[in-house]
Structure formats: structure tokens, C-alpha cells
Ligand binder design. Structure first.
Ligand code: ARG
Length: 584
């Protein structure tokens, strides 16, 4: 790979070499970061902490290092260097370098190479979505699905081999109640029309009756016992209910562009729990307490007294047991180097407990602990700042939400462009409506709650999907107008000159660093902010620099900028699972 593709890394190498010569420092860390565009493209912040640690003048160290760096011809061709403040080293990419970079990296394939090399060749299991069966997906479920899918796409883009796993909640106490109600109150027609709706109704019905009537409760309990004992009739019913649920979920996954590689729900692990009990007991990690099998972590402030219950006192396995078995399976079967689980932040304790326990368990049994990331997210709020609900106070159905997004987008499209053929209008409405909902979620730092607002997320200006989709369509239209009588030829382009050209070119090159930041933190909003800023720089470029000018070299370099902005917008939106459009 060309070392100049990954600039932060290349600059770090160069700065390290200079540090080696100037101060002979083995413990010097260059700390390369994107710079404030007023001062440069990148800055090395490492001199200050180094100078402090050896009690010397940072400005002096920086000056000597810059003298050393300037001796390197390849570096001098790529950047101009200056020192700011007490000893920050700033690098500004030269116009000639920018041009060469843009000429070289011309396809999505080219952009993939080396982006975030730290995940390259790694096997990653991503567990996301993972709803419980026999329940509607409501608006809260969307976050795990879209954040998880974006993470999968980003990791694959960076060369990881990704397994998408839907760890459905398909085992446990609710089935007793569902069976009880299913056998008494099933409406076959309703089941055929909307399975999830009907199953959810049955669950609620069963739940209500068993709460009020001890006799019914006992019967539901018997149902559960039969299921857990593997009774064929109960198992068949359980399978039927799961199949119907899963089927009904497909529609939502399809509309959100999600395809799972495997669906290994909790039930898949129910016969894999004996190993967990045995090994945790043999290794003295788990102990009996009041009939249950539990794990304490004496070194942990809370978990020294708050137990991780891995077998209930009635002998049954639970969520924790299944997750422990899941960790083992992902290591042994998938050979996972990295495991990512995406759920809301209320499950933080559970997964911290799980990670601690698994680390000890694998260490004592000579296994390698995969890197484990619990990716959490906040709540979607309504206007009132509380978790979003329908007017009647029920959770909003995800399916309904997606439909409404498309309907609202269609209104906007029809208004803006009344002459499009109906099928195209429909396709645009779908791409914009769904894209807007996905983007509204991904563009927020996932740790925060956010307020859901149709007006904001469908707006054509602001940090929204429609804005970015519109920017993309606009560049397509530039090419539709330009290319009939003009062949693009980047080799005829001359180096960028105007401030807008330079700012835009430098932003394009920054894509690599942004992908790295986004993957390293598993926070898609970094990519969103970048795409939004890129589109903004494109607008001011386009407003101030005519593209189709007579001077061919100028025209070619402006077309080159348009091409690359288009490439990055389309690649970036694709990574977020958002469809792009040729016209809007
Ligand atoms: N079904 C769970 C829920 O709805 C999420 C499962 C997440 N994955 C896991 N391995 N525990 O809360």
C-alpha cells in the first residue's frame, strides 16, 4: 500500500524518525490529529508532553525536529510545515500533493485499502437488533439495528470479516403465557394478517389472565415445564411461533437494508450450558449461594457484592448463562477476534459482568479472550423530553414509523418535483423517508438521548439524510449537463488554487482519518459530521467556482473535485445504509 494514503500514519512515522534523530527518544509519541483548517491539515501534538517529561523547552525541540523533517524530500513535496504556539507542529498538504492524491484514489476499492488497518483480516461477530420474539418491534428497537448495521459495514470496509448475528430472545418464561393464550384465544385470521400483532395480543392476554387467576398461572407454568422438558407438541408450537415472529421481522430488516448471516437466538444455547456450569465451578469462579450458582468479583466496587446469577435456584438457565455459552461459541465456532454487542445502556451492568466473568473463565481455561465491545445507546425522546410514545401512550411501532417517514417524504418529493414518473417518485420517497430516519439516529452521538422530530430529520438543509442525498443528486446533475460534450480526464487537471478548491480537496483526503476515528470508537456520528461538512464545502465551492469554464485544465480539476465528492458521499452514505439517488 502507498504509505501516503494513510496520512496520519505516514506523518507519525516521519515525526517519530525525526524525534529519534533529534532527541533519541524511544518513548516519544507523535500524537497526530486533524488540525484546525486555519492552521493546517494535521498537527503533531507529541512534543509538549515529551518536553514536559524531560523538562526541556518544547519550542526548541519542535524547531530542531522541523529542521530535521524538512530534510526529507518526499515530505517536503507533500506538506509545508510550521510551528504553532508552544510547540505544536502543523502540516499543510501542498496543492500538488492534493492533486496527486485525488488522481490516485479514484474508486471505492481504492479508498478501502488500508482504511483502519487495525481491523484488517480480523473476524468480528456483531450481535445487534436481537429483539424478543412474539413482540412488535417498537421505535426503541431501531437504534440497535441501524447502529449495528453501520458498524458492520464500517468494519467490513476496513477489511474485517464480519458475522451479523441476530441473538433473538426466544427462550424463557413468556412462552408459558403465550401458549396458554394461544390454545384458548387464537384468532387464525388475525395471525395470518399480522402475526406479530396477534402474538403480542395473545401474550398480553395470557399475562393478564395469569396475573389474576392462580389456576391459569399454574397451567401456564405447566406449559413452560413441558416446553423446557422438550415435549414434542410444545416444541412444535414454540417453533411455529418463532417462525412466524421471525418472518414478520423480515419486512423491517428489508426496509432498513439489513441482512443477517446467522440467527442464533438464546434457545440455541440452552443445551450448551452444562459446560458453563462445570467449568465455572471447577475453576472456582462460580459458587453456590441459596441454591443458585453465582459469580462475585471481589476486586470490583459493585460486583463484589452484586452477584452474576448464572443458574437460578430452580435449576434453570437464564440470560446470563446463555450469554456465557454464546461467548464460548463465538470464540470456538466463529473464531472471533472481536465481539460487538449492541443494546441500550440499561444493560451496561450485565455486559460488564459478562466481560469480567468471561475474561477470568477463558484465562483459567487457556483460551484467548476476544476483544469485547458493548456498544450502548441512549433513548429516543418525544417533544416532551420523555421516551417517545403514541398519543394514547403506547410505544410507536417501528413498522408504522417507517411508513410514516415514507409518506412524509413523498409529500416533499411530489411538491418539489411534480413531473417525475410515479414509480420513481415512490422509490425516492422510500429512500428519503427511510434514509432520514436512519440518519437522524446515526448522526447523534449514540451515548446521548435525542429528540425525534419529523420536521428536523426531513429538512433539506441541516445535518440530515435528505440534505446529503440532495447534494449527491445535484452532483449527478452537473455531470449530466457536462459530459455530453466533455470527456473527463483527471490527468489534464492542474493543481488546486482557489481557497474553496483547496479546502474541498483537503477535506476529501481527510476521509481516511475519519473512517479510522469512526471505526476505532464505533461511533458513526463522526462519519455523519464529516459528510455534512464535506457537502457544505462542496456548496461553497460550487457557488464560487464555475466548473464548466473554457480553460480545460481548470475545468478538469473542478470536475475531478466533483467526482471525488460524489464518490465519498456515495461511499459514506452506503456505509450508513442510506440509499443515494441520481435525481431527486
Ligand atoms: N433480546 C435482548 C433484549 O431485547 C437483547 C440481546 C442482546 N444480545 C445478547 N447477546 N444478550 O434486550
Amino acid at each position: 500500500m502507498d504509505p501516503w494514503f494513510d496520512l496520519p500514519k505516514q506523518l507519525a512515522t516521519k515525526v517519530n524518525e525525526a524525534a529519534e534523530t533529534v532527541v533519541g527518544a524511544a518513548d516519544f509519541s507523535p500524537d497526530i490529529r486533524p488540525a484546525d483548517p486555519r492552521f493546517g491539515d494535521f498537527q503533531a501534538n507529541g512534543v509538549l508532553p515529551y518536553a514536559k517529561s524531560v523538562r526541556t523547552n518544547p519550542r526548541e525541540v519542535a524547531t530542531r525536529m522541523v529542521e530535521e523533517l524538512e530534510k526529507d524530500d518526499s515530505l517536503a513535496e507533500a506538506v509545508t510545515i510550521n510551528i504553532a504556539g508552544p510547540g505544536f507542529i502543523n502540516f499543510r498538504l501542498t496543492p500538488a500533493f492534493l492533486l496527486r492524491w485525488l488522481q490516485t484514489y479514484s474508486t471505492e476499492e481504492a479508498l478501502r485499502q488500508g482504511a483502519g488497518a487495525f481491523t484488517h483480516g480480523k473476524k468480528v461477530v456483531v450481535d445487534f437488533g436481537s429483539p424478543n420474539t412474539a413482540k412488535q418491534m417498537h421505535v426503541g428497537h431501531i437504534r440497535s439495528i441501524v447502529i449495528g448495521e453501520a458498524i458492520c459495514r464500517l468494519l467490513s470496509f476496513c477489511g474485517a470479516s464480519v458475522v451479523r448475528d441476530n441473538h433473538i430472545g426466544d427462550w424463557g418464561t413468556p412462552y408459558g403465557k403465550i401458549f396458554y393464550a394461544y390454545k384458548r384465544f387464537l384468532d387464525e385470521d388475525a395471525l395470518a394478517t399480522d402475526a406479530l400483532e396477534e402474538l403480542e395480543r395473545l401474550y398480553k392476554e395470557g399475562d393478564k389472565i395469569t396475573r389474576e387467576d392462580p389456576q391459569a398461572m399454574e397451567e401456564a407454568r405447566q406449559e413452560l415445564v413441558r416446553l423446557q422438558a422438550g415435549d414434542p407438541e410444545s416444541t412444535a408450537l414454540w417453533e411455529r411461533i418463532n417462525a412466524l415472529s421471525l418472518d414478520a421481522l423480515q419486512d423491517v430488516y428489508h426496509r432498513l437494508n439489513v441482512n443477517y448471516d446467522v440467527v442464533l437466538g438464546e434457545s440455541f444455547y440452552r443445551d450448551k450450558v452444562e459446560t458453563v456450569y462445570r467449568e465455572l465451578t471447577d475453576q472456582n469462579i462460580a459458587e453456590e449461594s441459596e441454591g443458585a450458582l453465582v459469580v462475585f468479583h471481589p476486586e470490583h466496587p459493585r460486583f463484589k457484592s452484586q452477584p452474576f446469577i448464572v443458574r437460578k435456584s430452580d435449576g434453570a438457565s437464564n440470560y446470563a448463562t446463555h450469554d456465557l455459552a454464546t461467548m464460548l461459541y463465538r470464540l470456538e465456532h466463529f473464531q472471533a477476534d472481536i465481539i460487538v454487542i449492541v443494546t441500550d445502556s440499561r444493560q451496561e451492568d450485565h455486559f460488564e459482568h459478562l466481560a469480567l466473568t468471561t475474561t477470568k473463565w477463558f484465562k483459567k481455561t487457556g483460551r484467548t479472550m476476544p476483544a469485547f465491545h458493548h456498544v450502548t445507546f441512549g433513548t429516543i425522546l418525544g417533544d416532551d423530553g420523555k421516551a417517545i410514545k403514541t398519543r394514547s401512550g403506547d410505544p410507536i411501532r417501528l413498522k408504522r414509523l417507517l411508513d410514516e417517514g415514507v409518506e412524509r417524504a413523498l409529500e416533499v418529493v411530489r411538491e418539489k418535483n411534480p413531473d417525475l414518473p410515479p414509480e420513481e417518485t415512490r422509490a425516492i420517497g422510500e429512500a428519503v423517508g427511510i434514509g432520514a430516519i436512519i440518519y437522524a439516529d446515526l448522526s447523534q452521538n449514540r451515548s446521548s438521548d435525542y429528540i425525534f422530530s419529523w420536521k428536523k430529520l426531513l429538512s433539506l438543509d441541516g445535518n440530515t439524510a435528505p440534505y446529503l442525498q440532495y447534494a449527491t443528486a445535484r452532483i449527478h446533475s452537473i455531470f449530466r449537463r457536462a459530459t455530453p460534450d466533455l470527456a473527463e480526464d483527471p490527468s489534464k487537471a492542474t493543481a488546486f488554487e482557489t481557497p474553496e478548491e483547496l479546502a474541498l480537496a483537503s477535506k476529501i483526503v481527510a476521509f481516511v482519518a475519519v473512517i479510522q476515528q469512526t471505526t476505532a470508537t464505533l461511533r458513526p456520528h463522526f462519519l455523519c459530521i464529516y459528510l455534512y461538512e464535506l457537502a457544505g464545502l462542496f456548496s461553497s465551492f460550487y457557488a464560487n467556482n464555475r466548473v464548466l469554464v473554457d480553460d480545460e485544465s481548470v475545468c478538469q480539476r473542478r470536475l475531478l473535485l466533483c467526482r471525488r465528492v460524489l464518490l465519498i458521499l456515495e461511499t459514506g452514505l452506503e456505509l450508513l445504509s442510506i440509499k443515494t439517488l441520481k435525481r431527486m
